[in-house]
Design a protein around this ligand. Structure first.
Ligand SMILES: [Zn+2]
Length: 388
């Protein structure tokens, strides 16, 4: 399995680099103009028509002209589809680098520009250091709000021990934010209390309706979102710390959660809390550690006995089997059932893109995982993008 992460770093403006971006943007505009007037959008034909004139006129390294050609062709094809007008381009388009045009070493990148290779110093924050021994692949330099950024992608291949490890089931829900089949309980009590506080506060402000109340309301919503992300980060971190590389984590296919229980209070609780976020945090943290994540159908996981698979009944927090008289915490029973399903072959492997949450160590990092073609051929039925 391969993991990819993108480090997003601010860099100092460098004249050679800016001039290269400018020239590149001009080449994109030039090729797009040629394509537009000659009614060509195919990138081979565009290359044929524009490569040498562009090379002579703009003195841009060939790799950038090839990239410019690709960008122009994509733009032309999309305006052809939408019957749009001749495209206009920004003065500084994002500039792509690959192994031919850039190298990375811990404190700097060396980039190819129209004035030869230049070194740009990097200031890499500590929370990114764990990725530095991954292998660097591509980079993109871009202008955003008058500031210059570089995005560098790193990959790492994680060897999965096929069916070697244990499977951990995770039940998400009402009484507990999460319960693992290894008997870890994450209570939702305090979180609920805090959310009710937020709810009351918001209701009061809404009733007021003044301009300053609205402003405060927005601020409080942001605070609530950050609180939720913080809790989800901590719960996912704890869960991952109990699993080892080679293990599998079984999550429920989330659509089922909202149908699981009813009631007005519970609905408020369920609809407000992002279980999607919790699952995606679990998935990306697992991926980095070499733990596979699968999604399983949660149907009946709370009604079936995890011991003998017969139907049982739930009273409050407890599940009791009508067949074998086995009884245990109901959420734990469900998580054990999820683990059992996860170790079966019909579960679905999860690929995830890490969401952007401000104010945590995941800021501006994206992690995704996917299987190599060989692993895919073996026995995985299909890939599924996570809900976020
Ligand atoms: Zn039973």
């Amino acid at each position: 399995m391969k993991s990819t992460v993108t480090l997003k770093l601010k860099i100092r403006k460098n004249p050679a680099l800016l001039q290269t971006m400018e020239a590149y943007s001009k080449v994109v505009a030039y090729i797009a103009e040629q394509g537009y007037t000659n009614k060509i959008s195919n990138h081979y034909q565009l290359h044929h028509l524009c490569y040498y004139p562009a090379k002579q006129h703009f003195h841009l390294p060939s790799q950038f002209i090839i990239n410019a050609n690709r960008v122009a062709s994509q733009t032309l094809r999309s305006i052809k589809k939408s019957k749009g007008r001749q495209p206009l381009f920004k003065a500084y388009l994002p500039l792509d680098f690959d192994k031919r045009t850039f190298t990375f070493s811990f404190d700097k990148v060396r980039l190819t520009t129209i004035h030869g290779r230049i070194d740009i110093p990097l200031n890499i924050p500590e929370y990114y250091w764990k990725y530095l021994d991954w292998s660097w692949q591509t980079a993109q330099v871009m202008m955003h709000h008058e500031q210059l950024f570089i995005h560098i992608t790193f990959t790492r291949t994680i060897a999965l021990v096929a069916n070697g490890g244990k499977t951990l089931g995770i039940d998400l829900g009402i009484r507990h934010l999460a319960v693992t089949s290894s008997k870890r309980f994450f209570s939702s009590k305090q979180v609920k209390r805090k959310r009710i506080m937020f709810k009351r506060l918001k209701a009061r402000l809404q009733a007021k309706g003044t301009k300053s109340a609205k402003k405060l309301l927005k601020k409080i919503s942001g605070r609530e979102q950050r609180f939720m992300a913080w809790v989800n980060h901590n719960v996912s971190k704890e869960i991952i710390s109990t699993a080892e590389p080679g293990d599998t984590i079984a999550l429920e296919n989330i659509k089922g959660i909202r149908r699981k229980h009813l009631g007005k209070n519970i609905n408020f609780w369920l609809h407000g809390w992002s279980f999607y976020q919790l699952q995606s945090f679990i998935t990306y943290k697992a991926t980095i550690k070499g733990i596979q994540v699968v999604k399983v159908n949660p149907c009946y996981t709370s009604q079936i006995c995890s011991h003998c698979m017969s139907l049982g009944s739930r009273t409050g927090n407890f599940f009791r089997c009508t067949q074998c008289d086995y009884s245990l915490n109901a959420d734990l029973n469900a998580s054990i059932n999820l683990a059992k399903r996860g170790s079966m072959s019909d579960s679905v492997l999860v690929a995830v893109n890490q969401p952007h949450i401000s104010g945590d160590d995941s800021k501006a990092t994206r992690v995704s995982s996917y299987r190599t073609a060989d692993e895919l051929r073996d026995n995985v039925p299909r890939m599924e993008r996570s809900a976020l």
